[in-house]
Design a binder for this molecule. Structure first.
Ligand code: SAM
Length: 311
């Protein structure tokens, strides 16, 4: 095992492969990062897309002789790579029946790497059907994701793979709010975006753990959360009014104003107008936030991110 830990790096293995393979230069660093821990192990590694066969040899040299290397391709001629000791299955990555078949012959995969046809549908199918074949701690890796921005793949589009991948990652980020768009949130614990490669980390336990807020029960300082105070004076005022109306407490408002407001805040007679005012204030806050979000997005993303050095 140690021999292979020290053995070829993936770039060397690529150069040594006797058959053609073409990859983007930056992929080798990403492969080392993602797959380095599988070197010298008896991992199960499946690549979708064989073409000239070069990458099958690359993976064998890189991962070592204990690795089970599986190739999948639509091209029936690819079956010939079985003669070189690889496990080959012929079928389409966008065919759910083919995935059902694969399930009967391969399970508990450490890695599925999709270097197949790169259409939106094909890449999404790999993730949707392939994820359940990957064991916990394993990876589902889709490469050449730049196809999501290529016109000859019908992109860029709302229905691109990239958009789908971001929806999966958004599902991870919702923290109990908002409906999950994909069911993959039961399998995927992490989504990692690299240039032209997107990786879904599969971990069912982590993925299905309910997010839980915890406190260290430390001492409370009299410190207001000032997140909205920085640049938006109107919002600051609305917060003050909201706080004063809802609890009678306030932080920045002068005592004089509070005294004047007091009957309105505490008297039963004002319960209904107080409720209506609070509703109005909340709506104004929501509108204010939307406008501020739009303006800051426009400024930061359109203006500064064109020239990050100018920030
Ligand atoms: C980019 S090449 C693979 C290159 C190979 N991985 C390498 O690095 O040397 C793409 C391969 O995907 C295969 N392919 C295209 N559409 C497919 C599909 N729907 N299902 C399975 N394989 C497909 C093609 O036949 C082709 O061999």
């Amino acid at each position: 095992m140690d021999q292979y830990k020290k053995g070829s790096n993936v770039r060397e293995a690529f150069e040594n492969a006797p058959y053609l393979s073409q990859k983007l230069e930056n992929y080798f660093g990403v492969y080392e990062d993602l797959f380095g821990r599988f070197k010298g192990t008896d991992c199960t590694f499946m690549e979708i897309g064989i073409l000239h066969g070069g990458s099958l040899f690359m993976w064998r040299e890189f991962l070592g002789p204990k690795a089970r290397i599986i190739g999948v391709d639509l091209n029936p001629n690819a079956i010939k790579w079985r003669d070189h000791g690889f496990e080959i299955y012929i079928g389409s990555q966008s065919d759910s029946d083919f995935w059902e078949y694969l399930k009967t012959v391969v399970q508990d995969l450490d890695v599925i790497l999709d270097d197949g046809g790169h259409t939106n549908e094909q890449q999404m199918c790999s993730v949707i059907f392939g994820s359940s074949l990957v064991k916990d701690g394993g990876l589902l890796v889709v490469e050449d994701t730049h196809a999501s921005f290529w016109p000859n793949f019908g992109n860029p589009s709302k229905y691109s793979f990239s958009n789908f991948a971001h929806e999966v990652s958004d599902d991870l980020t919702k923290f109990g709010r908002g409906e999950k768009v994909t069911k993959l949130s039961a399998l995927v614990s992490e989504v990692r975006f690299f240039p032209s490669i997107t990786t879904f980390v599969i971990d069912r336990k982590v993925a299905t753990e309910e997010p839980r807020a915890v406190s260290n029960l430390g001492l409370v300082d009299i410190a207001p959360d000032m997140r909205f105070y920085g640049s938006n004076r109107l919002f600051k005022f609305l917060i003050e009014v909201d706080r004063a109306l809802s609890s009678g407490r306030n932080i920045g408002m002068s005592r004089k104003w509070l005294r004047i407001l007091n009957p309105f805040v505490s008297s039963r007679a004002f319960a209904m107008p107080r409720k209506l005012t609070m509703r109005l204030v909340k709506s104004m806050m929501a509108v204010n936030l939307r406008i501020t979000n739009f303006l800051s997005y426009y400024k930061l993303v359109r203006e500064y991110s064109k020239d990050p050095s100018g920030v």
